[in-house]
Design a protein around this ligand. Structure first.
Ligand code: AHG
Ligand code: MN
Ligand code: MN
Ligand code: MN
Length: 335
């Protein structure tokens, strides 16, 4: 049974029977994520001391200026996972296209693909505010023995076999699900080990925190504007508290623990929203639902959206069940 002193390594082994397919491969993949997370954590922690803050000088395919730490985290995760030869393909926010993994002795035999946001909350790096990493894992749909294809990555969220995030915060935590609840592990920096600190995490059904970039208020759809006014009204347990870090991982993590809602709606600047479906919204939706919360684009469960592009964006509302239900009512009534 899971105990508070259990390490992540022990937990992965003990729970690998939860995985329906290729449990050994998935365990090794989770192990490589925990290793890469430690390496990135180490760099994030000394960001002010070494020349790793600031812009890298390039833009990614989505037109964002890449930060040095975006590029560093992307390299660390890709190299760690590639060297261990445990997936057949990788997609990343910072890579235009997916990467086909094939080694001399293992010709496209691996069964999983991973999609990731190597560093979430880039704009917070230079100011010592929490950032994160997000990952999503699918079983490939094309036959083993052949090179991975785009359709292996373009799968709806409900096909995920695992998803999670690392938050490089006041302490560093790895939180993940394999479809059997959500568990959180805190890193002991002296030992470099992750310990189960937050077993069976659950969103409170109700919350009193709303997280949205209110600077974009005038550009929001009517339903979202009405919901924000509802959050601010003096009635019952309201007004709610406004908290917005600007790192999806950190905002989600706080809301899951305390009870709250995160929203990144569409607007004229971002007609399809800003957040990316495959490596931001879909993994967070899997975690949210596994923790008793909800995630929607306003009309549909995020988990049911069929992706058509690797880097596609989607409006995103996610959090405590009753809060998401309430904003959905506003969005369905007022648009
Ligand atoms: P990333 O740093 O991976 O590009 O993601 C940034 C995302 C997300 O983390 C955050 O919630 C959101 O962008 C913040 O956007 P605004 O600055 O527009 O509020
Ligand atoms: Mn980015
Ligand atoms: Mn991000
Ligand atoms: Mn990112």
């Amino acid at each position: 049974m899971a105990g508070k002193n259990q390490t992540l390594g022990e937990f992965i082994i003990e729970n690998q029977n939860d995985f329906k397919y290729s449990s050994g491969e998935l365990s090794r993949l989770l192990n490589s994520i925990r290793l890469a997370g430690k390496v990135v954590n180490h760099e994030v922690n000394k960001a002010g001391l070494v020349d790793i803050t600031g812009a890298a000088g390039d833009t990614n395919i989505q037109g964002e200026d890449q930060q040095k730490l975006d590029v560093y985290a992307n390299d660390v995760f890709i190299k760690t996972i590639t060297n261990r030869n445990i997936v057949c393909g990788i997609a990343s926010e910072e890579e235009d296209d997916f990467i086909i993994i094939n080694s001399q002795d293992n010709k496209h035999q691996n069964k999983y693909v991973i999609l990731m946001d190597p560093l979430d909350g880039s704009s917070n790096i230079d100011v010592n505010v929490s950032v994160g990493t997000i990952f999503s894992i699918f079983r490939r749909v094309t036959p083993v023995g052949t090179p991975v294809e785009l359709k292996d990555f373009l799968q709806s969220g409900d096909k995920q076999v695992a998803a999670g995030y690392i938050v490089y915060g006041t302490s560093t935590m790895l939180v993940y699900t394999t479809g059997n609840g959500v568990n959180g592990f805190t890193m002991n920096p002296a030992l470099g080990s992750w310990y189960l600190s937050h077993p069976n995490m659950k969103f409170p059904e109700n919350g009193n925190i709303y997280s949205v970039n209110e600077g974009n208020y005038l550009d929001f759809p009517a339903g979202i504007k009405m919901y924000i006014k509802y959050c601010q009204a003096e009635e019952g347990d309201r007004p709610y508290t406004s908290r917005y870090i600007g790192s999806l991982v950190s905002d989600f993590h706080r809301n899951m623990i305390k009870g709250g809602i995160y929203m990144y709606p569409k607007g004229s600047k971002n007609p399809k929203g800003k957040l990316r479906l495959l490596y931001e919204c879909s993994p967070m939706a899997f975690l949210a639902e596994q923790a008793g919360g909800l995630a929607t684009d306003g009309t549909k469960r995020i988990m049911e959206i069929e992706p058509t592009e690797l880097h596609e964006r989607v409006p995103f509302v996610c959090g405590s069940k009753n809060m998401v239900k309430k904003v959905t009512e506003f969005m369905q009534t007022f648009g």
